[in-house]
Design a protein around this ligand. Structure first.
Ligand code: B3K
Ligand code: ZN
Length: 863
């Protein structure tokens, strides 16, 4: 298996101005006739090399004449055309079998509907083509199918339709915008259709169409409203308007990822479209709105300006994630969004950077591109864009974006092109900043605080910030990064201090050397440095503060993120204390401090709710090494139990004070439900509150509260949990998307018969290995979130997942390669764990016929 390297990029030897596809759909014999206008780029005599995968080649013609065999070579995954012509028309006819396509890449059947997924390299599974993002063409697509399939969709605008004989029909589509083939899409099926329209700021009317499974129309309303909000927001904030007459979204049940931004024809995992009060949680609503927006925003950041090669993926993904985050913050709340994204960074991205899969947001080397749709490229990529935004300010950032579109509209470009557009909008020198694109790993910012008396007996506080990025598996040498660090210096009465050197500008210092210092004069005051406000850089912080200082930060810091984070650090410390001395009791001072914090935030349920969440097991792992899973889990559990006992009255009071106004999906109502359910999960650790859980389950008129009750019941005795779960299943058995929540709750239970349970789940009538959502809910939830059972020291969890992956890999390598992730991240765990994990990785590596997706991750992890 050969890796590709970023450094080896070569511009395409040919261009393809137009693509005319004529596709006659059939489950096992779909015929694809592709007519390409080919032109040689420059003077050379290399053959035209086209990519192809799993295609049956039927015919090739050049300029209307069948091409005889001596003029082409058919390789395993290529078709090379040897022509001396500089321009010619190439017609290629191939046959494919969508029904047999279980990898869900290329053209496949999803519950009776045809649909496509071409990013990253799926177009080569439809026809021979230069399957790379820097070949841009204008597409005309004719879709032909039996009349039993009424809706035939492709990119762009419909330009013709009609009957073919008595039983077939066709629709012809034209997309005037040149695009790379990864943005091609075709959908054909029988759907319910929701329609609407949107008038752009320049007065253009756009038809909006949302296609959902029959009977699900009412569950599509929220998605369509979200789309309109996203269209408006992109006009308001970035001056970007939609550019076709029609925008279509199709929801399908079988999908490897969240959604896909195909030009004018987004294809979505139905999980990110369908939502209503009864079946969707507040998180589901949030995700629908944010994914709808994300794919819409790609129309400019991704489609109009696309990537030159796949190493540049963060060019569109990091930027588009940042844009959807800003949108969500504007639609909902900045604080809870920030906390949500920081949790993703700490739980998943930091873990990736600490593993053998560590890579910069612009990777250097790739075997299977689908493996690089990662939290690093996406979420750390978005953090890097956020730093541009922080450094340039909203206006500077907008100027940079305007310049980016002015320079590159209609082009396939690189991350360096983006940086250079941003550079044109600022006097800051971004040269060092650009290292964020090439350097992997999580920088650690250490804070040192020294107190001295000077000659005049003034008290001088010296604060030193230093940065250090530990070596990663892909890079041993690290350089200093350019890090914007939001900072406040406060005393224990909440007064703010300025520094003598004016290093702090607008609440921020720039740490661009191994270390930097500044001083503050303060008489009779104990000062606390409050560092990395709003998570101003994707870094870890080591700031040796005592408990009192953490509580001071909670009380007085201006930055609400820091206030939340101080509580997280406090909890982490307490858990550490119990790890070091199992059985020890957390001191009363701390409980008193937390009680005061709760009292202070009675009216701010948003912050209060988040502050009452204890750090997840996965987050705790990131500040530890040599982890014994059972010891850490036990310590976390012991802390949570003490928490519930010590704070029972305060928690109850919060719970009872939140009055259940009638259901609405508004930020206030979301904050209330969130806070109430967080509190309920704490109370669930005390047997006397079991009644409250059952009562909430009985009374709930929305999925957030139903699921909140079920999650809490995970802490109750198993009979109660089982009863509620059985009731839930009876209600939702018909709806697999809702049942996914039930699957996940079962799979994350810490119980002795967990494997019997999972085996039963896999035999459930609604479960299918061919459906990625189901597999993620059962096997993914177990591997990622059932830490105690997955990491059991008899090796049973690792083996169970491996056994499953061996089967899954033959069906859907992309999903298998995602779920193998926790097994590959053995680095932080104690040796007993490591040995067992590597044993199973070894089994995978030795497996005959292993996909290159899984091979890439497993071989790196064992290297
Ligand atoms: N661009 C797609 C992801 C494609 C995944 C390919 N394996 C979704 C998105 O980020 O918007
Ligand atoms: Zn995206």
């Amino acid at each position: 298996v050969q890796a590709k390297r970023r450094a080896d990029y070569q511009p395409p030897a040919f261009s393809i101005a137009t693509v005319d596809l004529h596709i006659t759909l059939h489950p096992t014999e779909t015929k694809v006739v592709s007519t390409l206008a080919i032109a040689r780029n420059g003077a050379h005599n290399a053959p035209l090399v086209l990519d192809g995968d799993g295609l049956e080649l039927n015919a090739i013609a050049v300029n209307g004449e069948a091409l005889s065999e001596e003029f082409y070579t058919l390789g395993d995954n290529t078709l090379s055309i040897n022509s001396e012509l500089d321009t010619f028309e190439l017609v290629i006819t191939t046959t494919i079998a969508p029904e047999h396509n279980k990898a869900l890449e290329g053209l496949y059947l999803s519950g009776g509907a045809y649909c496509t997924q071409c990013e990253a390299e799926g177009f080569r599974r439809i026809t021979y083509f230069m399957d790379r993002p820097d070949v841009l063409s204008v597409y005309t697509v004719t879709v032909v199918a039996d009349k039993s399939i009424p809706m035939l969709l492709a990119n762009g605008n419909p330009v013709d339709k009609g009957d073919i004989g008595a039983s077939s029909h066709f629709v012809k589509w034209h997309d005037p915008h040149p695009k790379p083939c990864y943005l091609f899409a075709l959908v054909a099926g029988d759907f319910d259709l929701l329609t609407d329209s949107y008038t752009t700021s320049s007065g253009k009317e756009v038809a909006l169409e949302l296609y959902v499974d029959k009977g699900k129309k009412s569950q599509g309303v929220f998605a369509l409203e979200s789309l309109k909000r996203a269209m408006k927001w992109d006009e308001d904030v970035f001056g970007l308007e939609y550019d076709l007459d029609i925008y279509m979204i199709v929801a399908v049940d079988f999908f490897n990822m969240g959604a896909m931004e195909n030009k004018g024809l987004n294809v979505f995992n139905s999980k990110f479209v369908l939502a209503d009060q009864e079946s969707a949680t507040d998180d589901d609503f949030f995700n629908v709105e944010s994914v709808i927006a994300h794919e819409y925003f790609h129309n400019w950041t991704g489609n109009r300006v696309t990537c030159r090669d796949w190493f540049q993926l963060s060019l569109k993904e990091g930027l588009t994630v940042f844009r959807d985050q800003q949108f969500s913050a504007d639609m909902t709340s900045a604080l809870s969004n920030r906390i949500k994204h920081v949790r993703v960074m700490r739980e998943h991205q930091f873990a990736e950077d600490a593993s053998a899969m560590s890579h910069p947001i612009r990777p250097e080397e790739v075997i299977e591109m689908n493996n690089f749709y990662t939290v690093t490229v996406y979420d750390k990529g978005a953090e890097v864009i956020r730093m541009f935004h922080t450094l340039l300010g909203p206006d500077g950032f907008r100027r940079g974006m305007d310049e980016y579109f002015k320079r590159h509209d209609g082009q396939a470009v690189t991350c360096d092109d983006f940086i250079s557009a941003m550079q044109s909008a600022t006097d800051l020198d971004l040269t060092q900043f650009a290292r964020w694109y090439s350097q992997s790993g999580t920088p650690v910012i250490s804070v040192e605080h020294k107190i001295q008396n000077d000659d005049n007996d003034d008290v001088i506080h010296t604060f030193t910030l230093s940065q250090h990025t530990p070596a990663t598996s892909d890079q041993s040498e690290k350089e200093s990064l350019y890090i914007p660090v939001n900072i406040e210096i406060i005393d224990d009465e909440g007064n703010t201090y300025t520094d003598n050197e004016s290093m702090i500008q607008n609440g921020m210092v720039i740490l661009n050397a191994p270390s930097m210092s500044f001083t503050v004069n303060a008489e009779n005051a104990s000062l606390t440095p409050v560092v990395l406000g709003n998570f101003s850089a994707p870094a870890k912080v080591e700031n040796p503060l005592d408990t009192a200082s953490l509580l001071t930060i909670f009380k007085y810091a201006k930055d609400p993120f820091n206030r939340w984070d101080a509580m997280q650090t406090l909890y982490d410390r307490c858990i550490k204390q119990i790890e070091d001395a199992p059985g020890c009791a957390i001191s009363n001072d701390i409980w008193e401090g937390i009680k005061q914090a709760i009292a202070q935030e009675q009216s701010n349920l948003e912050l209060l709710g988040e502050c009452l969440v204890t750090p997840s097991f996965e987050t705790l792992c990131q500040s530890r090494s040599n982890i014994n899973v059972s010891a850490l889990s036990k310590a976390r559990k012991a802390f949570c139990d003490q928490f519930a006992q010590a704070l029972e009255q305060e928690l109850l009071q919060v719970f009872n004070n939140i009055d259940a106004a009638s259901y609405s999906y508004t930020q206030d109502a979301v904050n209330q439900r969130r806070c109430k359910n967080v509190v309920l999960a704490h109370l669930a650790r005390l047997p006397q509150h079991e009644g409250a859980i059952v009562a909430q389950f009985d009374a709930a008129d929305n999925m957030t509260d139903t699921l909140g009750a079920l999650r809490s019941a995970q802490h109750c005795n198993s009979a109660t949990f089982d009863t509620l779960m059985a009731r839930f299943e009876a209600t939702w058995n018909h709806d697999p998307l809702v049942l996914d929540k039930w699957f996940a709750l079962h799979a994350t239970q810490n119980r002795d018969d967990i494997f019997a349970t999972i085996t039963m789940l896999c035999e459930h009538p609604q479960f299918a290995m061919s459906n990625p959502n189901r597999v993620r809910s059962v096997i993914g939830s177990f591997a990622f979130y059932n830490s105690e059972r997955f990491h059991a020291l008899d090796g049973s969890g690792y083996k169970f997942v491996t056994d499953y992956l061996l089967k899954l890999d033959a069906v859907n390598p992309q999903v298998a390669a995602r779920i193998v992730t926790p097994l590959t991240q053995w680095q932080g765990f104690a040796n007993e764990h490591q040995v067992l994990m590597k044993q199973q990785l070894g089994r995978l590596l030795n497996h005959k016929g292993l996909s290159k997706d899984v091979f890439e991750k497993v071989s790196k992890s064992l290297a």
